[in-house]
Ligand binder design. Structure first.
Ligand code: SF4
Length: 285
């Protein structure tokens, strides 16, 4: 039986308006990165994206907002979008990614049709204060615990290439293991000149070995998903991420950077003899 690859797509329903100071994030207003900024994407545009990625084979559709966490207005907007997408494109598994969230807020999202919540630890507990001072790593961890309590599926991962040590990487992966996420999004830092961090120094071979390390520590998670930075990190060696341990990718554009055309990803999967997952169970390792 051929390996089945779970495809996910992300939709930035509110962009570039965050007041936090995460040094890796071009959505922070503190760094004036040259990106599109808006409060609420029109629902019809979101539905069009949902239909289009579903046609391309995506099963996951992630509604992302840029802020530290949910407030009343954002929660209402995400619920409105979730209800509309669920009605129009019911096959999509809906993921919300809206920062720190209380148990009550997560339960409201669940009632609106959200299936899973994505909140990344981003880096290790030890290294995080060096890349973000406006909120704590602990708050991130606690939101992940709230997700599991709410009955939503937890999706949580991080970013490599932020200047962290190998010890930090192992520490983050061990913290993720404690949280038992079903899917672990792995991002590779994609440098933007407006950001204070230095460009990532990871080589392709090191990045592939980090995917393998993630797969081995998170052995109970259904999916290791390669998300932001796939194209810039791996270039023409993207096909090697699956052998390294990935069984899920983000297709289409990322939050503030362009991905490659879906057709090229589908062609890559065909050439590797992989099938596309048509149910969440299919995507399991
Ligand atoms: S809290 Fe999220 S959106 Fe805001 S700067 Fe940090 S990573 Fe970016």
């Amino acid at each position: 039986m051929s390996k089945k690859i779970f495809l996910c797509s992300i939709c930035n329903i509110n962009s570039g308006t965050c007041n936090e100071d995460c040094q890796f994030c071009s959505q922070s207003v503190k760094y004036s990165a040259n990106i599109e900024r808006y409060k609420q994407k029109p629902i019809e545009a979101i539905l069009e994206e949902a239909r289009s990625v579903e046609r391309a084979g995506a099963l996951g559709f992630c509604l992302v907002t840029s802020a530290k966490g949910l407030n009343e207005t954002t929660l209402k907007f995400v619920c409105e979008v979730a209800t509309a997408v669920k009605k129009e494109v019911p096959r999509l598994r809906l993921i919300a990614c809206n920062g720190t969230a209380t148990l009550e807020q997560l339960l409201i999202l669940k009632e609106s049709g959200v299936d899973a919540y994505n909140h990344n630890l981003e880096s290790s507990r030890e290294y995080y204060p060096q890349i973000c001072t406006s909120h704590s790593w602990q708050e991130r961890y606690e939101t992940c615990e709230n997700v599991t309590r709410s009955g939503l599926k937890l999706i949580s991962g991080g970013i490599f290439g932020l200047g962290e040590s190998q010890e930090d990487r192992v520490s983050m992966l061990n913290s993720l293991k404690e949280l038992k996420p079903i899917s672990v999004p792995i991002n590779f830092y994609h440098h933007n000149e407006a950001l204070p961090l230095k460009p990532s120094e990871l080589s392709v071979d090191e990045a592939l070995s980090l995917i393998t390390l993630t797969r081995s520590i998170l052995s109970e998670s259904d999916r290791i998903m390669i998300a932001g930075g796939r194209e810039s990190m791996f270039g023409n060696r993207q096909n090697e991420i699956f052998k390294a341990g990935a069984n899920s990718i983000v297709i289409g554009n990322y939050l503030t950077t362009l991905g490659r055309e879906c057709d090229r990803d589908l062609e890559m999967l065909r050439s590797l003899n992989f099938d596309i997952a048509t149910s969440p169970q299919d995507g399991k390792k």
